[in-house]
Ligand binder design. Structure first.
Ligand SMILES: [Zn+2]
Length: 688
């Protein structure tokens, strides 16, 4: 065991921006460092609780915000690396440390002496002459404790701790079961007949998947989204599509050791018990209290406005697919494994859209420059590369971010390529949050993507979807970088779950603004700007297949809310529940849930999105309506609108209630019209 004194995780990090000294840190440093940092955190919490002074905002609320700094920086480093650049050694640490951390944080929130002081201040908060941010921090801290069981009687607190621990175990098992099904399945393609219809880049990816599994001379499709979705889109082999689709949609749903049905059943029962202990009828009521939406009824009202128009639009889309199938001589009806295949043919025929024609204009280098330039035009930020600052992998690029006045704002790490030891998907995270309570602390923010790196000596070319993802994560990144708050708990993206996608989804709007494309979408070889006609086609195809997309998403959100609003979940059969619920809402038979319950990680791999899958749609109401402010101003870079959105959304973190923040930016509450228009649902009788 490494002694704490020689452990680099426990030393002050004398590095630019307090970046971790990556090169010095070894996996065996984490265990002892976590142990030590948890003890320190506990001691700091005890000291606040045992103070002989009467509680004040400074000696209790602000002091609690400041404590556990070492634990915070070690945990952020560890979980960032566990996602971006893991190893068997780090994975072993993760299995060991995750339940211990969960138990540690639960014990802090159930600390009776600490909560007594916080509660006293909370009850007297209106007499304390707090600044608005201090008031918000008081309310936020109090709610964090209450939601983790601090107000429960002693006997119930013990039970609550046990529930939290068991939920952590079950969630890990749920996601490991899904992963086992995803990596365990392989559709082996042996010859040209099996490969019929597949484009070159998909063949290359399937070949790489085969090689990774030690199989030469074949191609393998796994159930990873990046392989299965393109396979269903392009494969001419209807029999293979049906076979792969069946395996994909039944992940987690089969007898044996990876069966998620009993796991989900137990999670639901524990959540119901959790909600009841708090005095709520069911988990949906409990979850929604800490969201912008506030109540399940508010969510239902939004989803209902979307659901019927989405179904109508999907029905029109299905007719177009049926006609396309007939034109190809197919005599069958459209089945779920046919939808993506014929939709792609309709898209090509109707809009002459082809990713291969677009990609040369979307080099990663130029699109990153486009994102930076957009941030400069909106918020005055400049991104200056700092090759002298090393990160955890040579592919990670490090940028110092400067503000309009030339002052340094923070550090931005850009980690864009897929690697074997990197988790899938795209995400934003922080190595350090911005705050001022302990002196000016600048944010260190990272964006992760999983783009396939171009061949040696050639640029990495992105699809339109990739470009959207790049801008999305960069929007989250700006939410972290532009943060201007005093207290760490309120910094950056630490806002309510149905508000956090506003800065990211809003930023997507600039990715395909003609003004941005004309300036930055330059052909990687010739430097020629993207042709006007391609921009027009991109725009025309924007609403294509939105009926399908909206139905497969919204149905998930409806099933999630219904499941978590069940007053009695004992012995619930999740597949029977799913079937009955889909029948009740009139799910089109050709469309399957984007995530079926036995593998719905958003709901069961953690509780973050339980009774919360709706949040993307909720935030889309805000981003669609919010972007209209720029449209109304007649300029996507209107400086006055940009300043308002910076001030009230990108910089304010959790210092404002979301509804107040939005109203301050927009001058009124959001309306749902722009979202319906954006998805082509405003008048579904128009051409699909
Ligand atoms: Zn996001």
């Amino acid at each position: 065991m490494t002694a704490p004194t020689s452990n680099p995780l426990l030393q002050p990090w004398q590095t630019p921006f307090g970046l971790p000294p990556f090169a010095q840190i070894r996996p065996e440093h984490y265990g002892p460092a976590f142990q030590h940092a948890m003890q320190m955190h506990r001691a700091e919490a005890d000291a606040i609780a045992q103070s002989s002074e009467p509680p004040t905002f400074d000696n209790t609320i602000a002091a609690f915000d400041r404590c556990g700094r070492d634990l915070g920086r070690i945990a952020r480093l560890f979980f960032n690396l566990a996602a971006s650049e893991t190893s068997p050694a780090l994975q072993a640490v993760e299995r060991e440390i995750s339940p211990r951390l969960a138990a540690h944080f639960s014990a802090i929130r159930l600390h009776a002496g600490l909560f007594a002081r916080i509660d006293e201040l909370f009850q007297r908060r209106d007499e304390l002459r707090l600044t608005p941010e201090q008031l918000r921090l008081t309310e936020r801290t109090h709610l964090d404790f209450v939601r983790e069981g601090a107000r429960l009687p002693a006997a119930a607190r013990a039970r609550y701790g046990a529930i939290v621990e068991r939920l952590a175990e079950l969630s890990t098992r749920f996601s490991q079961n899904v992963l086992a099904d995803e990596t365990g399945y392989r559709l082996v393609l042996r010859d040209e007949r099996d490969l019929a219809g597949l484009p070159q880049d998909l063949r290359a990816a399937a070949r790489a998947a085969a090689q990774e599994r030690g199989e030469a001379d074949v191609w393998i499709i796994t159930l990873s989204r990046s392989l299965i979705v393109p396979f269903l889109t392009f494969s001419d082999r209807r029999d293979l599509r049906e076979q792969a689709f069946a395996a994909w949609t039944r992940r987690g749903e089969h007898d044996g050791e990876h069966d998620n049905r009993p796991v989900a059943r137990e999670i639901l029962a524990l959540r119901k018990e959790q909600a009841r202990l708090h005095g709520y009828r069911h988990y949906a009521d409990y979850a929604l209290v800490d969201r912008m939406a506030g109540t399940p009824a508010a969510v239902a009202q939004l989803l209902e406005q979307v659901w019927e128009p989405a179904k109508a639009r999907a029905a029109a889309e299905r007719e177009a697919l049926g006609a396309m199938a007939l034109a190809h001589g197919a005599q069958h009806t459209i089945e779920p494994w046919d939808w993506r295949y014929y939709a792609e043919k309709v898209r090509k025929a109707r809009y002459r859209m082809d990713d291969a024609a677009l990609k040369p204009y979307f080099s990663l280098e130029r699109m990153l420059a486009a994102a930076f330039d957009t941030a400069q035009r909106l918020f005055g930020l400049r991104f200056i590369e700092r090759p002298d600052i090393g990160a955890y992998h040579t592919d990670v690029r490090v940028f110092e971010v400067r503000g309009r006045d030339g002052g340094t704002v923070g550090l931005f790490l850009s980690d864009n390529y897929a690697r074997p030891h990197k988790r899938g998907g795209a995400w934003m995270s922080a190595y350090r949050w911005q705050s001022r309570a302990d002196g000016e602390t600048l944010p260190v923010i990272v964006n992760n993507n999983n783009f396939a790196k171009g061949p040696a000596g050639e640029p990495t070319l992105l699809s339109a979807d990739d470009v959207r993802t790049l801008f999305h994560e960069f929007g989250h990144g700006l939410h972290g970088l532009l943060s201007q708050v005093t207290y760490e708990r309120l910094s950056g993206t630490q806002v309510l779950r149905d508000f956090v996608e506003l800065p990211s989804q809003l930023f997507e709007h600039w990715a395909f603004e003609p003004a941005v494309l004309k300036r930055h979408a330059l052909h990687h070889a010739t430097g020629q700007p993207i042709p006007e006609e391609l921009i027009d086609r991109l725009k025309a195809a924007r609403r294509f297949n939105q009926g399908f997309e909206t139905v497969e998403y919204t149905a998930c959100a409806l099933v999630d809310m219904a499941l978590h609003a069940l007053p009695d979940v004992d012995g619930v059969d999740i597949t029977a529940f799913e079937r009955a619920e889909l029948e009740r809402i009139g799910m089109p038979r050709e469309i399957v849930l984007r995530h079926r319950l036995p593998h719905f990680g958003h709901l069961f791999a953690s509780s973050a999105y339980a009774a919360g899958y709706y949040v993307y749609m909720w935030a889309e109401v805000l981003d669609a309506d919010g972007y209209e402010a720029f449209v109304e101003a007649g300029d996507p870079f209107d400086s006055e609108v940009a300043e308002r959105i910076r001030r009230y959304v990108y910089s304010s973190g959790g210092t404002l209630l979301p509804a107040e923040a939005y109203r301050a930016f927009r001058g009124r509450d959001p309306v749902v019209g722009p979202l319906l228009a954006q998805r082509g649902l405003a008048d579904v009788r128009q051409a699909a």
